[in-house]
Design a protein. Structure first.
Length: 486
């Protein structure tokens, strides 16, 4: 590899040519590398299969298409994205390495990072998650990837081979990293799995699953929705049955054949109708997500922690201060709540404890509206409580544990988002320019970029060493050990 500006690297399926970012301190990127065969035809609703490979040198300067999906439900918070999906060619990885990684012979720690999107949308190839600046800042190799989402990734029809296909894609990515990352200057023995939101849920699952835990050295968990239990197989089967009816697939038909013959647009349209049908105010769960007992989810995370599945793996875990505003700030059903209405919604989730919980949060927010009280309860119930439970358990076992809270709030905040779900992403990746007019971010200046360097540097040091030199490890139930980024 003599040409550092247009480097060529050999993978187990063929050679790829990347491109170097400008400036001597930049990164080299390889985008859109297939890690599995396209999930089309007979491979739709099937476990990922090896890519057949290619001859010659494959250009790897542009990300592959997103997997088929509808619009993100957080577009009003993060910003609009123009659809860029194509089922064919969608299962790809993107690798970002410091310039020296391909030349100096040293093996660098690797971060494999999963995007969020409620198991329904997102792409590792989007500029939101460009890993080049983080790789250069921290002298690490960063890998992002696509995995199937929505019905194509989480439809539960095990009789046709469709069961947690998204997690199976993610496991295939880890195997690709094991087999190929050394060619990009990465160390396959030093792999941190990380991610945000649904990606954090995925990262922890990969670290806990006996089939993939051996690939994982460290774990980075950002805003994981751990208040969301894995989907019960009976509930998942019921949703799948409703979905087939919405598609018009008749009972007794060859289901696999029928599903593989339909246009992807039709599959997405029916999924959208299913989401509307089962939606409930205050419930952030998507129609389809990881199913308990299916591949990648053999047990709950609580059971896995009790069984010692995370022992010995350093953990960096955290949330934003106001997670649930991203889901509720633009929902008129929530914003117009009365106290009685909030108690009704809370009763569906907490039963007889609804009044006790509501009153406790109302006392903490004496000027808060019922919507603000309900949103604060949602932040803790869906995100913070589970994250702290995981941290407490891990630290109590003597494992290296670091906990953060991201407190950045935009100076102008007309929607009262506060430190919203997803707000830390442009800071981690230094991709502020990819979020024009994003309400969660507000203006970007020197202060925001300095906070990004602080957060990105801490994360990269954790990826390299499993600790952060100026950050006291967390001790169970010790709020003073939580590091705040603001």
């Amino acid at each position: 590899m003599a040409d550092i500006e247009n480097p060529v690297v050999a993978t187990d399926r063929g050679k790829v040519q990347g491109i170097a970012a400008g400036g001597a301190g930049g990164a080299v990127s390889f985008r859109g590398i297939p890690y599995a065969a396209s999930p089309v035809g007979e491979l739709r609703f099937a476990a990922p299969r090896p890519h057949p490979g290619w001859t010659g040198v494959r250009e790897a300067v542009r990300s592959g298409p997103a997997v088929p999906q509808g619009p993100s439900r957080l577009e009003q918070v993060m910003g609009h994205r123009t659809p860029d999906w194509n089922e064919d060619g969608s299962l790809t990885v993107n690798v970002f390495a410091p310039r020296g990684a391909l030349a100096d012979g040293a093996s660098r720690p690797v971060l494999v990072w999963w995007h969020g999107g409620g198991f329904t949308s997102g792409s590792g190839g989007w500029d939101w998650y460009d890993g080049g600046r983080l790789a250069a800042l921290g002298d690490i190799v960063v890998v992002t990837a696509n995995y199937r989402v929505g019905p194509l990734g989480y439809l539960y029809l095990p009789e046709i081979g469709a069961a947690n296909l998204g997690p199976q894609d993610q496991a295939a990515v880890l195997r690709w990293v094991r087999d190929n990352i050394a060619s990009f200057g990465g160390d396959p023995r030093e792999v941190t799995v990380g991610g945000q939101s649904a990606g954090a849920y995925s990262a922890l699952s990969l670290a806990l699953d006996p089939q993939t835990s051996g690939f994982v050295s460290r774990v980075l968990v950002q805003s994981g929705p751990f208040g969301l239990a894995p989907q019960d197989p009976e509930d998942a089967a019921e949703n799948a049955e409703t979905y087939l009816r919405l598609l018009g697939v008749p009972a007794g038909a060859d289901t696999a054949k029928a599903l593989r013959a339909l246009p992807a647009e039709q599959l997405l349209s029916a999924y959208g109708r299913l989401a509307v049908r089962i939606a409930r105010p205050g419930n952030a769960a998507p129609p389809m997500y990881p199913v308990l007992g299916a591949p990648g989810m053999p047990r709950t995370w609580q059971r896995a922690l009790t069984d010692g599945a995370l022992e010995g793996k350093p953990l960096l875990i955290g949330t934003t201060a106001d997670e649930a505003t991203s889901f509720f700030a633009f929902d008129p059903h929530i914003q117009h709540l009365t106290t009685a209405g909030a108690l009704d919604l809370l009763s569906a989730q907490a039963g007889d404890r609804a009044r006790e919980i509501y009153d406790a949060y109302a006392a903490r927010l004496p000027q808060g509206t019922p919507a603000q009280v309900f949103t604060a309860i949602g932040t803790d119930a869906l995100f913070r409580d589970g994250s702290l439970e995981i941290a407490d358990h891990h630290a109590a076992g003597g494992n290296a544990t670091h906990v953060y809270e991201f407190d950045y709030r935009p100076a102008e905040d007309p929607h009262s988002l506060g430190a919203a779900h997803c707000v830390e992403l442009p800071f981690l990746f230094n991709t502020f320019d990819a979020y024009p007019d994003s309400p969660m971010l507000g203006g970007v200046g020197d202060a925001q970029r300095a906070l990004g360097r602080e957060f990105g540097t801490a994360v990269a040091e954790f990826v390299r060493t499993g600790s952060v030199h100026d950050w006291l490890p967390y001790a169970p139930a010790t709020a003073a050990r939580i590091r705040h980024f603001a």
